[in-house]
Design a protein. Structure first.
Ligand code: ZN
Length: 107
């Protein structure tokens, strides 16, 4: 950038919103303060406000749009059915040896 103030027709870098690239632009109009007001893209000849060669910030997705497709599908599904109750564990009859002795004594 030269030290002198910009003049009409100067070539400067700027972001072209139509080309979506940082490209050479001609100064098309100057602001009263001496800055560049509008520039014309030398590639597509689109005239737009001077953007100070700043790339636009990427649009952020809304909070609801950040969910992945899989999460959206899962959110719409009914809850999974309850798993069937586990079969009762086989109850092993422990032989009470003392009760067995008493039973035999009675005989
Ligand atoms: Zn352009």
């Amino acid at each position: 950038m030269p030290d002198r103030p910009p003049r009409l027709g100067d070539v400067i870098d700027d972001y072209c919103p139509r080309c979506r690239l940082l490209l050479n632009h001609d100064v098309a109009s100057l602001a009263p303060e001496g800055g560049v007001a509008k520039v014309t893209c030398r590639t597509c000849f689109n005239t737009h406000d001077y953007r100070h060669a700043q790339l636009p910030t990427r649009r952020k997705a809304k909070a609801g749009e950040t969910k992945s497709l899989m999460e959206q599908v899962l959110a719409g599904m009914p809850p999974p059915p309850e798993p069937p109750a586990a079969p009762p564990a086989p109850v092993r009859k422990r032989r009470d040896l003392w009760a067995e002795v008493e039973r035999l004594k009675k005989k």
